[in-house]
Write a protein that binds this ligand. Sequence first.
Ligand code: ZN
Length: 335
Amino acid sequence: MKNRNQLNNCLAPIVISLLIFIFVGCAALEEAQQRKQERTRQQQQERYVTFERPTTEIQMAEDGLMLESEHYTFTFAEDLLTHPDYDEPEERQNVGRGALLFMESLYSYVHDIFGFEPEHQLIVNLRQTHHGSQHLATTSTRTQTVYRNGGWLKIVQGIEMDFPVTMFNQRDVRAHELTHAFTNIYLLPTWFTEGIAVLVQVEYARGKSFRRLDLHEDLKTDLDGRNAVQYWEGHLSRDQLTEWRYSYSYSIVAELKKRFGEGFYPTVFRLMEADQLHQRLPGEMTTSFLAYYLSQAAGEDLVPFFEELQFDVRRITKEQIMAAIMEANQDQLGR
Ligand SMILES: [Zn+2]
């Protein structure tokens, strides 16, 4: 954390011994916190495996086309209605009910990991194919830009998740997509948003699709010599480079979690939430902007870490972020 106290070399001995005492106290406290975090993590994993069902109320339409629970609206797309497993209202009600009980449990699980939740109810659409594919699930967040208190602000209008049945049946894929539903509101760089989603998918939901890579030996760069995950824009195709991008992004995110502990990402999101600057940026967050918050949460400058991995990244201050936002506002007003 930014305000973490550091020992000052010029202090008188008596003060040093006092500080050492405090330091030891802090170390013990940190250990206790780590133990607590480890316990919480174990409990979360056990809960995930035993698939504990929360008591949740589910409202359902008589035709079974739409069901609602506390955090979700669940629908069946038209292309499923001729499928023999979903063509009767009762079948849809049973499938929808089971899906919502599981998704509510997953919701509180992801909420526990990050410490925040989306403001909106999540819309989940189950379908036979999505964009013509049975192997593509997406989570999209609709935002609207409004002028408020002298500046432009991105406001989330709704979050929608689309799953072909084959993807919905994989629990780790649901965990991946639900992580997007939670984090999309921060308009993070694609590499980071996918890295976080794969982290939850692999390390918490025990998915087997991606593996940790060596950040130096397995590094790939683009033609400009920059890390090939940095300007990744999306994941609609699944070629070899895309597979590498998922795994490499996950490896960066996992490395930072290993270095700075379980509480690191909740702190990153808490700091971003407190400033609300992501909402005022003209576009997607840049890696330099993200590195600012990661460094704040880590209590150390992480720009050298990213430079070593061939990221095109700059050390920026909050004043520079504010100035860039002001400039973008003026551009938008001048249009
Ligand atoms: Zn994803």
